[in-house]
Design a protein around this ligand. Structure first.
Ligand SMILES: Cc1cc2nc3c(=O)[nH]c(=O)nc-3n(C[C@H](O)[C@H](O)[C@H](O)COP(=O)(O)OP(=O)(O)OC[C@H]3O[C@@H](n4cnc5c(N)ncnc54)[C@H](O)[C@@H]3O)c2cc1C
Length: 429
């Protein structure tokens, strides 16, 4: 594996490009974007006997969908309490149920159909503070208000499987899991083609006319005419769809994979699911065989930091000093698209024109859920997508929005440091 490659690219079948669109074509639904948002809606439409054409500006899952942590869990990027504050508890419950439906859609595909997806169960959220009562209260709240059973883990159970003095109690989401996201995306795309869907790569949607009864999506060498268009381009790079891209704040985040560590890793991380800590600038990670995949950090600058490997190594050693010396095999960045309200943008822009985007850092369950909602709206007039109306298209603040997001991130890191100093002082007394 070279540093330029992600772990996922290095462990996927060799890539062979699909053709570019070089002619005009007619279909039921044209989908713009070949990440999970586009793939899931294509698949859900095909199950409802709709003909689909999907266009992707680069390669399938070459953006966030093929570069992420692979954690599939319930909920949204925005915390469920903040969602309830905004829309009320009944509405929040309905949204949470949909987010769990997204997890189940991914599970069905990942378990039954596709090789190389390597599904592993369990998601443990661990606390940096000793607060058993607070963690139990969280577990009770999920059970009571959202009918979702989370398992409370006391400190000694957490430390049996995660050998770090940093951690105290944990909450395990037993029905969450992790996957190889690129292999799942590749398998989904192949399955869509097997069912006679058309996928074109290196094909940018330059413009779309979504006003008429039949829509038209223009690319450099061909136009797609369709009854419906689904725009699933995440952060719309290179200036496509300026009105939509103004509602999205693109934010970079980072992952790395260590070199094989053998017994050393087995001694430190004995949990085979996903782990996330509760720091403001949180870490998330999982063991893959005897390698460790570690994710952390965000930036509104989309340039990959030149010292990314060193930054990630420091993060790992701060939690697991016994892994000092871990070599980083590859480190990469990916871009998440956020709306100001930190919820996905799902719904109808105009009759026949749909959006599925802004999934932020929690896109693996929510893209599958969005695909189901939009496909069932198109084919069956299902109106559950309306639950997302309170989270509409809002200007993301341009330069100001970027600055605000960056300063907010730095202040979260700073507050983590202040809390570390407080903890260290307490331990020294
Ligand atoms: C490093 C990282 C770690 C993450 N970890 C997790 C995790 O563990 N769990 C989780 O749930 N989520 C995670 N996420 C978030 C998740 O990956 C995303 O929310 C999700 O993949 C978004 O899917 P998408 O299809 O909307 O966007 P993308 O994957 O970005 O796909 C959009 C596609 O649209 C194409 N496109 C854009 N404009 C056009 C155009 N004009 N014409 C044609 N094509 C176009 C792009 O080329 C791109 O391929 C992570 C994200 C990152 C970056």
């Amino acid at each position: 594996m070279s540093l330029a490659q992600t772990y996922y690219e290095a462990t996927s079948p060799p890539y062979s490009a699909r053709p570019q669109l070089v002619h005009d074509i007619d279909t039921d639904v044209c989908i713009i974007g070949g990440g999970f948002a586009g793939l899931w809606v294509a698949r859900a439409l095909q199950k409802r006997h709709k003909d689909v054409v999907l266009i992707e500006r680069n390669a399938i899952a070459s953006a966030a969908s093929g570069r992420n942590g692979g954690f599939v869990s319930a909920g949204f990027n925005k915390g469920i309490s903040s969602i309830a504050d905004r829309v009320g508890m009944d509405h929040a419950r309905a949204l949470y149920r949909l987010s769990r439906m997204g997890v189940e859609i991914v599970r069905e595909e990942a378990v039954h159909d596709f090789p190389g997806v390597n599904m592993m169960p369990g998601y443990l959220r661990v606390s940096y503070d000793d607060d058993a009562e607070g963690t139990k209260r969280d577990a009770d709240r999920y059970a009571r208000e959202f009918s979702h059973d989370m398992e409370f883990w006391p400190t000694d159970r957490v430390r049996q499987v995660l050998r770090s003095e940093r951690y105290y109690q944990g909450l395990q989401e037993t029905d969450a899991f992790h996957i190889h996201p690129l292999n799942l995306a590749i398998a989904l795309a192949e399955d869509i083609e097997r069912r006679s869907g058309k996928i074109y790569e290196n094909t940018i949607a330059l413009q779309a006319d979504i006003d008429g009864v039949r829509k038209a999506v223009m690319t450099a060498r061909g136009t797609i005419r369709a009854e419906h268009v689904v725009i699933a381009g995440n952060e719309f790079p290179a200036g496509g769809f300026p009105d939509l891209s103004r509602t999205i704040l693109p934010v970079a985040t980072y992952l790395c994979v260590t070199r094989p560590m053998g017994e050393k890793l087995a001694q430190a991380v004995r949990y085979s699911g996903c782990v996330q800590d509760d720091r403001r600038a949180f870490n998330y990670y999982r063991a893959i065989g005897d390698r460790l995949m570690w994710g952390a950090g965000i930036s509104t600058s989309l340039k990959r930091p030149s010292d990314l490997e060193e930054q990630m190594r420091r993060r790992i050693v701060a939690v697991y000093p016994q892994l000092a010396g871990a070599g980083i095999e590859s480190a990469w960045s990916g871009v998440m698209g956020f709306a100001v309200h930190r919820m996905p943008q799902i719904g109808m822009l105009k009759p026949g024109a749909w959006i599925s985007g802004a999934f932020g850092g929690q896109g693996l369950n929510t893209t599958a859920m969005a695909g189901e909602l939009i496909a069932s709206a198109i084919a069956e007039k299902d109106d559950r997508w309306r639950l997302f109306i309170p989270f509409g298209l809002v200007w993301a603040g341009g330069w100001f929005g970027k600055t605000y997001a960056q300063v907010n991130w730095w202040s979260r890191k700073l507050r983590d440091r202040v809390e570390d100093a407080r903890r260290n002082k307490k331990q020294a007394v």
